[in-house]
Design a protein around this ligand. Structure first.
Ligand code: HEM
Length: 458
């Protein structure tokens, strides 16, 4: 097959940096692991929360610094229903050894094990019927079938993996070690491997997304701001825009009925999707002010080239505000539209007495940029593109599957109380005109104590 000039160049780069391909560039481009004290990190009851996350200020706004490297391994369970109890013990020992070898922080390794509906339906159906928590607000189970959303292309693949392992660390070797141990366990047939990176130039250095996009010759890479946390130029991990602590746990906001058992308390819901980003179109077709209007909300005045835009509790958009802005501008902003479902509408006192004020964010996002096209590896070779492509492996934790669906619908203009009609991926529909989702699936993340083959022991 005749390679394009870009494939040749990128192939050469990948060749130069060995099998790990383009991602080995990350270490070379970052000068290896940032020297961070591996402070003793505490393993939380929750699997999705990492200890030791740094907070920096960008444009005077508190921002959470994500781990540098990310990977998701999806798989199919090899055990049959009669062997699953045995497999449970083997996986828990493997995970316990990882816990002993790596602190649960960016300096060590964050491991989150999430289980898909196919696992529960095939290997523990009776236990699932009895114990899968129920979402009172939606009158549905907390783990629901994955669906396509209005702005999804018709060929977005709804996946049916049994399990997904989210691996996060500042040291890529820690992730590759965990991947290798999972592979050697023979407990899973890998269905895909998804790799990526996050991390910005918060201290003024050229950011990783910028360096990687340039190295891979992504069209538009030269237009990405030098220190930007993400390909599309805006910081996406400001503290106020991320659910604090246990807010995305099943139990915290009272949406969930545990049906008389604490088995899944401290668990949460995870959504995983892959999204292609048209970086060139974003910077060429959208002036800065329109990028702000698209990413945040219309009519928002922001100084040219600002990357971190305050989205505190007082900046949150209500349905009325989104509709008013739409009437005056004909468009919706990504954050503002989603905020109609992703922020607390009033103060909430959690079961443990913690007060979450009105405007507090709920979802805990763990998304990361990628050059996978769409995957670094897949059992379906058609899903392993030769040419790197800019994108995001989108990972988010919500109190329930329905809560995620509400966020994602709002992103398309389907707000609580009624939708704002847009043609799919219209320019006025937030980010969507430069995004296209290729894959998605919902998962349940059990609490750490039940992370291996949940319900198999019952
Ligand atoms: C490539 C795709 C995406 C990009 C580049 C992106 C980028 C951003 C940015 C820049 C923000 C503002 C961050 C901040 O205020 O700290 C944001 C907020 C957010 N995004 Fe996205 N996003 C993407 C896809 C998605 C998707 C698919 C969802 C699913 C629902 C989503 C959910 C959210 C949520 C919940 C917030 C916080 C809203 C709030 O409460 O303020 N994003 N995103």
């Amino acid at each position: 097959m005749k390679l394009t000039r870009r494939q040749a160049v990128v192939g050469a780069v990948a060749g130069a940096v060995g099998a790990g391909g383009i991602y080995e560039l990350v270490d070379q481009l970052t000068g290896g692991t940032p020297k961070r004290a591996a402070a003793a990190a505490v393993p939380f009851r929750e699997q999705h929360l990492l200890d030791g996350i740094r907070v920096v200020r960008s444009n005077g706004i508190e921002v959470l610094v994500p781990p540098l490297h990310h990977e998701v391994v999806t798989g199919r369970v090899t055990a049959s229903a009669s062997d699953v109890r045995q497999a449970q013990g083997e996986l828990e020992s493997l995970l316990t050894r990882l816990d002993q070898d790596y602190a649960p922080s960016p300096a060590g390794l964050g491991v989150t094990v999430a289980w898909g509906l196919p696992y529960f339906q095939r290997l523990v159906p009776a236990q699932m019927q009895r114990l899968l928590p129920h979402d009172r607000r939606a009158n549905k189970p907390v783990l629901i079938d994955t669906r396509r959303f209005p702005s999804d292309p018709p060929d977005t693949r709804l996946e049916s993996n049994d399990v997904a392992f989210l691996l996060r660390s500042d040291t890529r070797a820690h992730i590759l070690d965990a991947e290798q141990r999972l592979r050697e366990s023979k407990l899973f047939e890998f269905t895909s491997i998804r790799r990526g990176f996050a991390g910005g130039g918060f201290e003024g250095a050229t950011s990783l997304p910028k360096k990687m996009a340039l190295a891979a010759q992504i069209p538009g890479a030269d237009l990405i701001p030098e220190t930007s946390e993400l390909f599309l130029g805006f910081t996406s991990t400001q503290k106020a825009g991320m659910g604090p602590g246990p807010i995305a746990n099943f139990e915290t906001l009272g949406y969930v009925d545990f049906r008389g058992s604490d088995y899944f308390r401290h668990g949460t819901h995870m959504h995983l999707s892959h999204i292609h980003e048209d970086v060139e179109a974003w910077y060429i077709n959208f002036e800065f002010d329109e990028r702000v209007a698209t990413a945040f909300r219309p009519n928002l005045q922001v100084k040219q080239d600002t990357q971190t835009v305050r989205q505190g509790p007082k900046d949150v958009s209500s349905v009325t505000a989104v509709r008013r802005d739409y009437r005056s501008s004909g468009r919706i902003g990504h954050s503002a539209a989603i905020q109609t479902t992703s922020r607390l509408l009033s103060d909430v006192v959690a079961a443990d007495g913690t007060v979450f004020p009105k405007g507090t964010a709920i979802p805990v996002r763990a998304d990361f940029n990628t050059l996978d096209n769409p995957f670094a590896w897949s059992e379906r070779m058609a899903e392993v593109g030769v040419t790197p492509a800019a994108g995001v492996h989108f990972v988010v934790f919500n109190p329930t599957g329905d809560d995620f669906h509400r966020n994602r619908l709002a992103m398309d203009g389907v707000l609580p109380g009624g939708k704002i009609p847009f043609k799919p991926r219209a320019r006025e529909q937030g980010f969507n005109s430069v995004l296209s989702t290729t894959h998605r699936q919902n998962y349940l993340v059990p609490p750490r104590r039940h992370r291996a083959f949940p319900l198999a022991e019952l």
